[in-house]
Structures are given as structure tokens and as C-alpha cells.
Design a protein. Structure first.
Length: 233
């Protein structure tokens, strides 16, 4: 259903351009809009129970994949960033001295720049990885790009999760965010700070304030989050 919806939208874009330049008379796909079944988004699978998270963390510690993929898995868990943001992270965005990751607006879902405070564990992971990939552009380069000019595959983390024995119905690459959000709320952190950490848009008056105003609270929260994760394994 989702593929059909996107295909119709793409076709319609082409035809509308054709109409604008006089090559087409009308968009025949308009008649399909009401006839197509609506798309109902499903939440990304995630492990949210403490025992399941403990099993995930312990399995990640035992995982024997490449250094790049192993680091990307842990980095995803420690930062709760979106999979695409992790894959496309560049070394020039990383400030190890100040433990921050500055993601430019063009890489963000909401097209707003986002600052990610890096916990001590994440910084240590990046320092170790920099010896291997630091001369290239991407922090997590493709295995088929020796000079680091291309990011790792969008399937890399997902495939690693499958090899660790977790099904698509149990855990996804995006599931790290749901996992973290659930646990951070249960740990009692302020909802606005959690939403800011996840780069979610806040509504109403709260949405007016810059997320950077929460940076110190977020840094403290992510340090405590990393400590909790370590206790799981």
C-alpha cells in the first residue's frame, strides 16, 4: 500500500511538470486518490522491557561484526539518533574535545540543526574508531569504500541486529530511539528534555525555545543513560 501511494505521488509530480511545460493535458492519477487504501503507519519494533534490553546489551557485547558496525550499534544506543543521522555522521561534525556532535539542518528530518551531547562512552568509542576511519569523510564508512567517501549501507545495522538473533518484529535500527525514550521516561527525566534529545518538534509555546537551552540537562541525562546501559551488560 505504501509503495503504491508513493508511486502515484511520483507519477503525479512528473505529470504536473508535464502540464506546466505543455506536454500533458491532465493528471490521470488524481482519480486513484480516493480509490487507494489508506496507509496506516506501524510503530518501529523495539525492545522496551528491562530484561529484553539486558539481553540486547549483552548480545551486542558478544557480537563479532566489523569494528565500524559494532561501533555504530553502540553509538546508536548511546545517542538515540536516527539511523540515517548515524550513517551519515561526518568527522567534521564531531568535536571530541567538547563531546558534541553538530548535525547540520540538511541531514535532519525537521530540517533544523541539532546538537547531540556525547556521553563518555560514545567519545571513547569514537576515539578508537578514528584510528581506522578518521582520514575519511564519514565516521561509519561503507566496507566497499576504502577511502571513507561513502557512508555504510542502510542495511548494515539492521543486518547486524538480525545476525544477533533479533527478528524484525522484535528490534529495528530505529528501535534504539523507542527503547531509549521509553526507559528515559520511566527513569523520571523531563519529557521536554527527552523530546529535545530525540530532535522531536515540540508544539505550542514550548516549541519556540531553542533545543540548545536544554543542552546541559541533556548532557547529564545522556551520561546517566549510558551508565544505566552499562549496568545492563
Amino acid at each position: 500500500i505504501e509503495t503504491a501511494r508513493r508511486t502515484r505521488q511520483t507519477f503525479s509530480l512528473g505529470v504536473r511538470y508535464g502540464i506546466a511545460i505543455g506536454a500533458c493535458d491532465f493528471d490521470v492519477s488524481v482519480a486513484l486518490v480516493g480509490a487507494m487504501k489508506p496507509h496506516t503507519p506501524k510503530p518501529m519494533a523495539a525492545l522496551t522491557k528491562v530484561d529484553d534490553i539486558r539481553r540486547l546489551v549483552q548480545t551486542m557485547r558478544e557480537y563479532k561484526g566489523s569494528l565500524v558496525v559494532r561501533t555504530a550499534l553502540w553509538f546508536s544506543l548511546y545517542t538515540l539518533a536516527r539511523p540515517g543521522e548515524v550513517r551519515h555522521a561526518e568527522w567534521n561534525e564531531i568535536d571530541l574535545e567538547n563531546a558534541t556532535w553538530d548535525i547540520p539542518s540538511e541531514k535532519m528530518k525537521r530540517r533544523k540543526p541539532h546538537v547531540v551531547p556525547l556521553c563518555r562512552q560514545a567519545v571513547e568509542l569514537l576515539k578508537a574508531l578514528k584510528e581506522k576511519t578518521g582520514r575519511g569523510r564519514y565516521v561509519f564508512p561503507s566496507a566497499h569504500s576504502p577511502n571513507g567517501a561513502k557512508p555504510m549501507s542502510s542495511n548494515a545495522i539492521r543486518s547486524a541486529i538480525r545476525r544477533m538473533g533479533f527478528s524484525n518484529e522484535e528490534m529495528t535500527a530505529h528501535g534504539f530511539r523507542s527503547l531509549g525514550s521509553t526507559r528515559l521516561n520511566e527513569m523520571g527525566f523531563r519529557p521536554d528534555v527527552i523530546e529535545a534529545a530525540l530532535a522531536h518538534t515540540l508544539g505550542g509555546v514550548r516549541g519556540i525555545y531553542n533545543r540548545s537551552e536544554y543542552i546541559e540537562e541533556r548532557r547529564e541525562m545522556m551520561e546517566k543513560w549510558a551508565m544505566w546501559v552499562c549496568e545492563m551488560g
